[in-house]
Design a binder for this molecule. Sequence first.
Ligand code: PLP
Length: 506
Amino acid sequence: MSGHLSLSIFLDHASTTPLDPAVGAVMVEVLQGPLGIGNPSSSTHEYGRAAAAVIEQARVEIARLINADTQDLVFTSGATEADNLAVLGLARGRAHQGRHVVTARTEHKAVLDPCKQLEKRGWQVSWLEPARDGRITAESLAAALRDDTQLVSIMHANNETGVVQDIAALAAVCRERAVFLHCDAAQSAARLPIDVHALGIDLLSLSAHKMYGPKGVGALWVSPRARPWLEPLMWGGGHERGLRPGTLATHQIAGFGEAANRVRERRDHDAAHVEHLVAVFREALQGLKDIVWNDHPQFRLPGLVSISVLGVEGESLIAAMPGIAVSSGAACDSAVGEPSYVLRAQGVAPELAQSTLRISFGRFNSEVEAQQAAAILHSAVAELRDRDAPGPPAGEGWHMGMAGSLREGARIRAYLRTRPAPAGESAAEPAAASSIEALEFRAVTCPAVRAVLDELQRRCVGRPLADPAFGGPRDWAREFALPIEKLGRLLLVEDALRAAVAAALK
Ligand SMILES: *Cc1c(COP(=O)(O)O)cnc(C)c1O
């Protein structure tokens, strides 16, 4: 089942981490043995009590990782649910005190979307802009707080850029104004030390699968101060001190606990290891020109690099590197020319943001893999830049038309060469009677649009210049089953073609 996947190097640990084998072993034992039989809420028999003991053991390990008290942890299905519970639960519980919350534009969707829901229901939300380096300053937070502010939600480390916030400083601002602070620590928990008391925060979200544990389980830490104000989002049995009903997933939680245990033992070692891999990777990319590193030189998540590559299209770059599993900072197919909101909020120019890669190293990556990844990236960039190299020289019968720009996420150059009409047929306008001898493109665009270019290149040869019958964006979109979002890029293709034809007709 997994055989053919093992060929590419997994460098996407910010999206999820592979299960640590020691965690897997604990989970299998619970899942298949007697410990997994009982319902942890069944206190009338030993099966239930044994399952409850497994849960309590996991609670101890997770609490220890963040220096919390075990009774303040609420198990959830992951950090998304923990974020929702924190933001919606606290806002609802404090609604009669005031309806204003503060967050940052660079937060994870699991915080942004609940805040947008609050906005729709009459709350006011202040969306903080980070400084150029991605950090939220204490001053900007202080300026956003109002008398009716109930909650601030700021993440510890950003999932796209790895920028680490000064949570203790932000918490101090919140404390002074008696406002609750929630912190999403899904990215940082496996890589940076966290002490909820020292930070002075009120709520903290965790996810097991970002720390070499299983997917589908996480936790919200709730301070005793915030606890009375937190309203549950679901009802049905009073589990987790009334905050999150439902039978606890014993094997998942056992895995989460063991993952936390392993992180506690290995975190500093892991962090040094992945930072070493980053250094190896950077070093190997020394010769690559026109790239920008977006990750913070100082306040950074160990192991995460964010690189923008000038002059290439993001989706093509990912497609050109099947040997490495990395994440793009932009999705050309989610919306035309709308690259990562996190990078844009951080002031990264659109032409750079659209071609951004997030590479996140993990516990099981090796130095050789870091070198291989750099070599793969290097040659992919060289190849893509070559595809956009200026085409056949004008003057030798070639006519060029261009549309788009790197800023728009796509730039198309069409080169046409014509053949004069056979003697005798030549009319008053010889150019109009000629035919297309060759068509070539040089383009910065996504693979889907490139396929259209390849087909047009074949199809147009021999057509009369006066009636080339290229078709148009809507025809191409239909023929190639492209999503509507690609229409903008197809329009650029049409513009470039028309411009080339116009030049040839002159
Ligand atoms: C992954 C992640 C989440 C979502 O966690 P799940 O456990 O997958 O729901 C939330 N916030 C951040 C910052 C993340 O990186």
